[in-house]
Design a protein around this ligand. Structure first.
Ligand SMILES: [Zn+2]
Ligand SMILES: [Zn+2]
Length: 292
């Protein structure tokens, strides 16, 4: 049941519950031998993950990130693996993204105050913890303040795209994000494509993103059903993308949660990714298993 590889996991440095070291330990216990830590728009958890990986001789750790991007009407997430995460230009860009995210959240809190639904910025930050502040944390603060009864209600009444407290963000498009990842030697993979398929714009998007340098697409993702996996594998193959996957483990529970490695990701596509990284001289940025 368990896969040897899991290319999509989160830690406390974004919105996960485990520290990077705890995540590495759990993944290893679950039989994962090739792991990528892919926190949202941040690489600050990687040093801890790399030092934890040193405990295990037969363990490969790939530096990663999950970047949020927008297309009209939808959010698109792009995973970057094997990135040169020390690159100063890249780090400066991530800092700017983080600042604009903070400003946006502050403006949404201000709008809620104007709407007569005051919440405090401190509570929003509390719910975000070490992670990047976003709408889910504002929603939790709204629930706590008694303005709504659930996170869903917070979104439907105030925070959804057409909601009165919604503030648009200035984020990069997926092609720009792929360019950013390529600049730092990363291999780009489209994350969890189910929503895009449902919205009907996956085919055209894949063609555009492939031309922009996309390498892979998540096919063996978290709770995808066997027939969905078949659909996405066909799509990946038609667009010459490596069919990858991950548990998207956050450790927050819920019915859809999969443990690290609890996905049917075969080893062959992962080996393809590693071979491509080697070809591009990016393999050295991973911590490679040195056993056997
Ligand atoms: Zn995502
Ligand atoms: Zn994720």
């Amino acid at each position: 049941m368990g896969s040897l590889a899991d290319l999509h996991c989160h830690s406390t440095f974004s919105d996960g519950r485990l520290t990077p070291a705890e995540l590495v330990d759990l993944a290893y216990r679950n039989g994962v031998r090739i792991l990528s830590l892919t926190d949202h728009d941040i690489v600050d958890g990687l040093p801890e993950a790399f030092s934890a990986a040193e405990r295990y001789a037969d363990f490969t750790l790939i530096p990663g990130i999950e970047m949020s991007t927008d297309v009209p009407g939808n959010e698109v997430h792009i995973l970057g693996h094997f990135i040169d995460w020390h690159n100063p230009t890249f780090l400066a860009r991530l800092r700017r993204l983080q600042e604009s995210r903070l400003n946006r959240a502050r403006r949404m809190v201000e709008r809620l105050v104007q709407l007569g639904k005051p919440i405090s910025w401190e509570r929003v930050q509390f719910f975000a913890g070490e992670g990047a502040v976003g709408r889910p944390h504002i929603a939790l603060a709204l629930v706590e303040a008694g303005h709504v009864t659930s996170v869903n209600e917070a979104f439907s009444l105030y925070l959804s795209r057409n909601g009165p407290a919604y503030v648009t963000r200035d984020r990069l498009g997926p092609e720009e994000v792929i360019a950013v990842l390529l600049e730092v030697g990363g291999l780009a993979t489209l994350a969890h494509p189910r929503e895009l398929l449902a919205a009907g714009n996956l085919e055209s998007l894949l063609a555009v993103l492939k031309a922009a340098g996309l390498t892979g697409m998540e096919v063996y993702y978290k709770d995808y059903l066997p027939e969905e996996i078949d659909t996405f594998r066909d799509l990946a193959s038609r667009h010459e993308l490596i069919p990858l996957g991950g548990s998207d483990y956050h450790g927050l529970g819920g019915p859809q949660q999969k443990e690290p490695g609890d996905i049917p990701l075969p080893i062959e596509p992962v080996q393809k990714l590693l071979a491509l990284a080697r070809e591009r001289g990016a393999l050295e940025r991973a911590r490679i298993a040195h056993a056997r």
